[in-house]
Design a protein around this ligand. Structure first.
Ligand SMILES: Cc1cc2nc3c(=O)[nH]c(=O)nc-3n(C[C@H](O)[C@H](O)[C@H](O)COP(=O)(O)O)c2cc1C
Length: 311
């Protein structure tokens, strides 16, 4: 069993996390696993309540259960960066998803094409499978308005911009390029644009004027999806209790895996729910905002700490 747990920990590392920070620290003691937050892998400015961090840990827990194909018994204590999840492997088999599905899931920031029929079918199944979350659709105009507003706010907040930049991997020779963060391949940025991005972001003068050029770049970046795909918001009754938030993270991964099973991928815009002004325009308890559609190009693999060198 201990060897199976070891292998499951490796596969669970494919769980999604904000900025691909992989904020989990995992300790294995025989057949028990303790999951903590790695404080060096959090986003204290963009995610001051640690909601995204805890959602990432919840996604890790779900991926771990799938990898082991066993139901888990969880004990959650602490909150935010001090959160601890004690995990015990239960006797019941896990049936909803397969390890292969965890390994194959990907976020896609390229152009997505609408497929409402598959989306509605997947969301119907999500309604049956979710333990706490409810999926709602968001209109395109609302999304655009909120998205443009957050792009401007991030650019005008140099601290948040700097934190985001610290997780961007725009230089392929950076040793972290294949370890964590958001690299140019996954962001779908060409080598030329990545070079320009590095120059803009490394120049203190240009960085100070980010309020002017960053929103323009953001618009350009998203203009690829002029006919944008469907927008989904996941909401839950309780997103403040740490144990409930872990369940939200598990539901988030279940939702994305059901969408993947239907041939769909997601592109995430957490800043819309992390920004207090735009969050106020979302349904109550919104904890995830993402677009859904069919990929139109091959999706590059995002990096993970356990697989350095994977390109
Ligand atoms: C809670 C959470 C928030 C996320 N927020 C964003 C986001 O705002 N923008 C984005 O492009 N991706 C976001 N993502 C997706 C991650 O960046 C992505 O999971 C990570 O880069 C790993 O890539 P993969 O999911 O393709 O394996 C988020 C993921 C999670 C779990």
């Amino acid at each position: 069993m201990e060897q199976l747990i070891d292998a499951a920990i490796t596969l669970a590392g494919r769980a999604p996390s904000a900025h691909n920070t992989q904020p989990w620290a995992v300790e294995q003691e025989g057949e028990k696993v303790r999951l903590r937050v790695d404080p060096a892998r959090t986003l204290p400015l963009a995610d001051p309540t640690h909601q995204d961090t805890v959602l990432g840990l919840g996604a890790w827990v779900e991926a771990f259960a799938i990898a082991l194909q066993r139901e888990l018994c969880l004990q959650v204590s602490g909150r935010g960066a001090a959160l601890v999840v004690e995990i015990q492997v239960g006797p019941e088999p896990y049936r909803d998803f397969t390890p292969r599905e965890v390994a194959a899931r990907q976020v896609d920031r390229g152009r997505l094409v609408k497929d409402e029929v598959s989306l509605h079918h997947a969301l119907e199944n999500f309604g049956l499978l979710a333990t706490t979350a409810v999926a709602q659709m968001m209109g395109e105009r609302t999304w655009r308005k909120l998205h443009n507003r957050t792009a401007l706010d991030i650019a005008r907040t140099p601290e948040i911009l700097a934190e985001t930049v610290s997780w961007l991997r725009l230089d392929p020779t950076d040793p972290a390029y294949h370890r964590d963060g958001l690299n140019a391949d996954c962001l779908r940025i060409s080598p030329g644009l990545a070079r320009l991005g590095r120059r803009l972001l490394n120049s203190p003068g240009l960085r100070r004027t980010a309020g002017v050029w960053q929103p323009l770049l953001a618009r350009l970046y998203y203009s690829r999806s002029l006919r944008p795909p469907s927008r989904v918001v996941l909401c839950a009754g309780d997103t403040t209790d740490p144990a409930a938030l872990i369940e939200c993270g598990r539901d988030l991964l279940r939702c994305w895996l059901l969408l993947a099973r239907a041939g769909l991928r997601v592109s995430v815009n957490s800043e819309i729910k992390d920004n207090p002004d735009t969050a106020a325009k979302l349904p109550p308890g919104a904890f995830a905002v993402f677009s859904v559609g069919v990929s139109t190009t091959r999706v590059p693999w995002s990096s993970r700490l356990q697989d350095p060198g994977r390109g």
